[in-house]
Design a protein around this ligand. Structure first.
Ligand code: ACO
Length: 330
């Protein structure tokens, strides 16, 4: 038996925010600079009251509706997030379970930063192929605005809030398609490229940490850019080679939406047609674990996914982590 995606949904932070917002904040930046270096024109920021579990629940409700499943048939919830509602428990997945009013099924969070959805999808696939579960709700959700320093022009222009959910279901006898293959990778030697330096168990939160704002995201932008390119391109080629596929066999490449320049560079290096490269970072910014399922959900809503389409998902992010899933749409 295989695992297939049988429903998709997504949700965004409430406030559409354009590049001039950062100029209005008093930062030395401009719409031109942000557009040219990142491709981002707008993003959605959650209100003060909205947390990751709220967006995750909205995306899940949309997904359950899209899958036309009775929610009592859901066996497990996995939430990939770097911005849980609480540090460090209860998990956001437990909060989503309660908000969806599901029974006492398993629910847990998974931490793999912007690769979170890729890792969670692979995890769900394994549970389903091992016949342990039949329907798993996989959610990538983040409110990065809550851990972003809005005085740091090098990071705050990139990050945003959103959630995407996929129902992963066991195929039935005779059904074709599904998740064909997954590969997960990490390189902890690059941990410092993108991190929240303080506020965790190594440097527990105190007022000097909040004063120096080291409980917010710090990033070596150029280092992240180079690492993302140097790991993702070979990983894509290797996945295609393993399955004797040509780049033209792909219907879509859905990469983590970090920066349009990274996406263009990946597509150019592997010779992918521009119309097969899925890009929505321009309107939603970087929503971390949510970018891939939001992009898939949008493709689904726009009726762009056809049975038999080959779709490659490629997540990459802090850790450093990267993970791929090759899917035949069913
Ligand atoms: N507006 C204007 N100037 C800026 C801004 C800004 N928002 N941000 C940085 N600058 C300045 C810098 O201070 C620097 O000024 P200086 O030369 O006086 O020191 C200058 O622009 C160049 O800075 P760089 O960091 O070298 O700019 P770069 O061209 O690398 O662009 C960026 C920065 C956009 C962050 C780029 O490195 C990038 O996109 N990196 C990838 C990071 C990424 O995508 N992260 C997403 C999270 S990671 C993930 O999801 C996997």
């Amino acid at each position: 038996m295989k695992a297939r995606i049988s429903g998709l949904g997504h949700a965004l932070g409430e406030q559409e925010t354009h590049n001039h917002y950062f100029v209005d904040l008093g930062l030395e930046t401009s719409d031109e600079w942000i557009t040219e270096r990142t491709g981002i024109k707008s993003r959605y920021i959650a209100s003060e009251e909205t947390s990751t579990s709220d967006l995750a629940t909205k995306a899940a409700q949309h997904c359950i509706q899209n899958a036309s499943i009775d929610k009592s048939n859901i066996d497990l919830i996995i939430v990939a997030t770097s911005t849980p509602d609480y540090l460090s428990f209860p998990s956001t997945a437990c909060l989503v379970q309660e908000k969806l009013k599901l029974g006492p099924i398993g629910a847990f969070d998974l931490s793999a930063a912007c690769s979170g959805f890729s890792f969670a999808l692979s995890t769900a696939r394994s549970f389903i192929e091992s016949n342990m579960y039949k329907n798993i709700l996989v959610i990538g959700a983040d409110c990065l605005s809550k851990i972003t320093n809005f005085e740091d022009r090098g990071t705050c222009i990139l990050f945003a809030d959103g959630a995407g959910a996929a129902l992963v279901t066991q195929t039935v006898e005779g059904e074709t398609g599904g998740i064909i293959d997954s590969s997960l990778h990490s390189d902890g030697s690059k941990a410092e490229l993108l991190m929240i330096p303080k506020g965790g168990s190594k440097y527990p939160l105190n007022t000097s940490i909040t004063d120096e704002k080291s409980h917010y995201i710090t990033m070596d932008g150029k280092g992240v850019f180079k690492s993302a390119i140097s790991i993702v391109i070979p990983a894509i080629k290797s996945m295609l080679n393993k399955h004797n596929l040509n780049i033209n066999d792909l219907s879509y490449l859905v990469c983590h939406q970090a920066n349009k320049r990274i996406l263009d560079k990946i597509a150019n290096s592997i010779g992918l047609d521009k119309d097969k490269l899925v890009v929505n970072v321009t309107k939603y910014g970087n929503t971390s674990a949510a970018t891939i399922p939001i992009a898939l959900s949008e493709l689904n809503e726009e009726k762009k996914l056809q049975k038999g389409d080959l779709i490659l998902l490629a997540g990459f992010g802090a850790g450093f982590t990267w993970g791929l899933n090759l899917i035949e749409w069913s």
